[in-house]
Design a protein around this ligand. Structure first.
Ligand code: FES
Length: 101
């Protein structure tokens, strides 16, 4: 077991090792999508790029970026990940909707 801390929401959730970051956010009612993303998200297939999160701490505890993810995030900061492509293997701190104010 490990933890995901959602910074903006001030919530910490306990998850099993290898948990999918997007699914755990949804299960815990953490809102990872902006308004547009809610309407258009691809359902976790790495296609839409709307599930972007910023990893504030613990990047080393995540699964390495997938090929799809690397393409989607080419022009984004190295701290950004697609939640749906990210598996959590250790404690991590996450900022949702990093480009929203
Ligand atoms: S949900 Fe579409 S890329 Fe993650």
């Amino acid at each position: 077991m490990t933890t995901i801390k959602f910074l903006k929401e001030d919530r910490e959730v306990v998850v099993a090792d290898g948990a999918n970051l997007r699914l755990k956010a949804i299960e815990n009612r953490i809102d990872i999508y902006t308004f547009v993303g809610k309407m258009t998200n691809c359902g976790g297939y790495g296609q839409c790029g709307t599930c972007i999160v910023e990893i504030v701490d613990g990047m080393e505890n995540l699964s390495p970026p997938t090929e799809t993810e690397k393409k989607k995030l080419k022009k984004k900061p190295a701290t950004y990940r697609l939640a749906c492509q990210t598996l959590v293997n250790g404690a991590v701190t996450v900022k949702t909707k990093p480009s929203a104010k």
